[in-house]
Design a protein around this ligand. Structure first.
Ligand SMILES: [Zn+2]
Length: 125
């Protein structure tokens, strides 16, 4: 069964959209509940990838920065204090588009993309 057939079957049987990727828990729970481009999870390999679209975990990370974000030239940068000891999460995205462009854990001089495990612990999911 190809992807189009899977989507058609899901629509016919009222099941959630089944992504061809190994999605995060929150993407799996949400499925696809809109018309338009298919979601693409940011965490298919367990670590953040910027080749994403409307990943539910990435969206919720962005939501954490409602009061701690900067905006300039249609570009957002959101900051989350991770531990109160100098470790931060830095997120970036364009307008309110579905792609989260960056999700970096900054721990003093160490900078690394956030892992799914870190993201789920932060979101308590
Ligand atoms: Zn996801």
């Amino acid at each position: 069964m190809n992807q189009t057939e899977r989507i058609m079957e899901a629509m016919m049987t009222n099941k959630k959209y089944i992504s061809p990727y190994t999605d995060c828990k929150l993407c799996k729970e949400r499925g696809k509940n809109w018309n338009g481009d298919d979601p693409k999870c940011a965490f298919t390999n367990g670590i953040f990838s910027n080749g994403n679209w409307n990943c539910e975990t990435a969206n919720r990370l962005r939501d954490l920065t409602d009061d701690t974000r900067f905006y300039n030239n249609d570009q957002y940068c959101g900051i989350v204090d991770l531990d109160g000891f100098g470790k931060f999460l830095i997120l970036s995205w364009y307008k309110s588009r579905g792609r989260t462009e960056g999700a970096w854990v900054v721990d003093q001089a160490l900078i690394s993309p956030i892992t799914l495990k870190e993201a789920e612990e932060l979101l308590s999911v």
